[in-house]
Design a protein. Structure first.
Length: 111
């Protein structure tokens, strides 16, 4: 797969995140069929481009916003998430479980 195909798969995975929900960089990569490529997701989002892309729904794996706390990007992401009903407290999204892994979907949660 070339880089343009990988980028389009990542953008499609980001577009598929429902309003009011979030996903981590690694989860987006996994949904795009590119497990282990979380940094590629972050790099593509850092470049910008598609103004319609719901980039604000993508967070770190621990639910934190990746922008520095005092940056305009941080404040914009918080504002966009809250407008969708997402609870953001101290730069971290609260009240949403991480999406289950493929193993958890198939075998059930680990004990």
């Amino acid at each position: 797969m070339d880089s343009a195909q990988a980028a389009e798969r990542i953008y499609a995975a980001i577009r598929a995140i429902p309003r009011g929900q979030v996903a981590g960089y690694g989860e987006v990569a996994r949904r795009a069929g590119l497990p282990g490529r979380a940094r590629l997701v972050a790099r593509l989002l850092g470049v910008g481009g598609d103004r319609q892309l719901p980039w604000h729904r993508v967070l770190r794996a621990d639910g934190r916003i990746a922008f520095p706390r005092d940056s305009p990007g941080f404040h914009e992401q918080v504002q966009r998430l809250r407008a969708e009903g997402v609870v953001v407290d101290g730069g971290r999204v609260r009240g949403q479980r991480a999406a289950p892994t493929l193993d958890e979907q198939f075998w059930g949660p680990a004990d």
